[in-house]
Design a protein around this ligand. Structure first.
Ligand SMILES: [Zn+2]
Ligand SMILES: [Zn+2]
Length: 163
């Protein structure tokens, strides 16, 4: 990953890369965080993916249903970046990441009371059940994803019932 990081820093001097606990694009800080301890191809792919978000200037506070499109776009950009430096991103890995993202979004949308799949409200912070009228708060949509190598490692976003 070190050499990829160097290449990206040289190619995109305007982007700031900071070591952190996970791979993440932070639109607020305008920073790409990378897990400094990570190594291997998946770390390189994650770094390219987050750089994709940065180059596409993806902003936070999107509706959940739009996020998957941005994730796909970030992977498309990552593939371009990868091709330019002679790296090939495994297509199964991309699909696995997108599936995980879809699972995460799906779990956010399930009513904690009656398990009905519901719609996110316009404030992007709440879901409301049209069946039982429960309203619940979700954490802001983020581009931060824990680096993981196996499926089903990540827990769903924590729900807090809104009163
Ligand atoms: Zn992403
Ligand atoms: Zn419900």
């Amino acid at each position: 990953m070190e050499s990829t990081l160097k290449k990206l820093q040289i190619a995109y001097p305007r982007l700031s890369f900071k070591p952190g606990t996970q791979f993440c694009w932070s639109p607020e800080a305008h920073e790409i965080n990378y897990q400094a301890s990570a190594s291997g191809p998946k770390a390189v792919w994650s770094l390219l993916h987050e750089t994709g978000h940065a180059l596409l200037e993806h902003a936070s506070y999107q509706a959940d249903f739009q996020l998957i499109k941005l994730e796909v776009a970030a992977w498309e950009k990552a593939k371009e970046l990868a091709a330019a430096i002679g790296v090939v991103i495994n297509e199964d890995h991309i699909q696995d990441c997108l599936d995980t993202y879809r699972d995460w979004l799906y779990k956010r949308s399930i009513c904690p009371t009656c398990r009905t799949k519901c719609l996110q409200q316009n404030d992007y912070a709440h879901y409301r059940c049209f069946n039982c009228h429960t309203s619940w708060r979700v954490t802001p949509s983020r581009f931060c994803r824990a680096y993981r190598s196996t499926k089903n490692v990540r827990q769903p976003a924590t729900f807090r019932l809104a009163t």
